[in-house]
Design a protein around this ligand. Structure first.
Ligand code: PGA
Length: 252
């Protein structure tokens, strides 16, 4: 049976003091999570160290929101997978739609980053999803299938199962609009089918597929009980500990 993964993507919010306080609050409210639910927090780079210290002794995992694909070198302003790994970071979000749209990350870069993360033993969360225009033009499945196919290119089955895919329709991110549970599950099932075509049914059944886009406590239950959805990638609602905890509770 697949585990559920509920991840908080704090984006460019919270300084070190605020991040540590939020992590502390989540930790103290959470108690022990069910073994079937993995909880992950992804703060800004500047807060990774202090949040990691704060989470010490808890089951809550820590991840970065991005990374470069090179180990080191003249890449001003970038952070490498080696640096993250050496710091004890376990997860990394790759190809978030904000990275794709605002920082022009293309599928080739996403593929390189995935390979680099896997090479260094980081667990990647690969974000895919269509824009409103693409959904209205009925090319949402084609768009997502292309993103998935290009992202997994050249990655062996042993590594493919280590990737979590987050289906995040761009029109639902930070907008308050959520995909209906039917739309979300349909796309999650479609992603699973696409992975089965590249690898095998077995691989596709083992890959975790999250939904992301305006997940909050009011819609979490419906989304998290869908057959092909194995958790959520939560932005705005993960910035409040009680709201985030409520979402996690629905994943149990
Ligand atoms: P949101 O963000 O929950 O604020 O819509 C989700 C995400 O970008 O991962």
């Amino acid at each position: 049976m697949r585990k559920k993964l509920v991840a908080g993507n704090w984006k460019m919010n919270n300084d070190v003091v605020e991040s540590t306080a939020l992590a502390k609050s989540i930790k103290s409210l959470s108690g022990e999570f069910d073994a079937d639910v993995e909880v992950l927090i992804c703060p800004a780079f500047t807060s990774l160290y202090s949040v990691k210290q704060e989470l010490c002794g808890s089951n809550i995992k820590i991840g970065a929101q991005n990374m470069h694909y090179e180990d080191k070198g003249a890449y001003t302003g970038e952070v490498s997978p080696v640096m993250l790994k050496n710091m004890g970071i376990e997860y990394v979000i790759i190809g978030h739609s904000e990275r794709r749209q605002l920082f022009f990350e293309d599928d080739e870069t996403v593929n390189k980053k995935l390979k680099a993360a896997l090479k260094h033993g980081l667990k990647p969360i690969l974000c895919v999803g269509e824009t409103l225009e693409q959904r209205e033009g009925n090319v949402e499945k084609e768009t997502v299938r292309n993103q998935v196919t290009k992202a997994f290119e050249g990655i062996g089955a042993d590594d493919a199962v280590k990737i979590t895919v987050a289906y995040e329709p761009v029109w639902a991110i930070g907008t308050g609009k959520t995909a209906t549970s039917v739309q979300a599950n349909e796309m999650a099932a479609f992603i699973r089918k696409s992975i089965a075509k590249i690898y095998s049914l077995e691989v596709s059944e083992n890959v975790l597929i999250q939904y992301g886009g305006s997940v909050k406590k009011d819609n979490a239950n419906e989304i998290l009980t869908q057959s092909d959805i194995d958790g959520a990638l939560v932005g705005g609602a993960s910035l409040q500990s009680l709201e985030f905890l409520n979402i996690i509770n629905y994943a149990k």
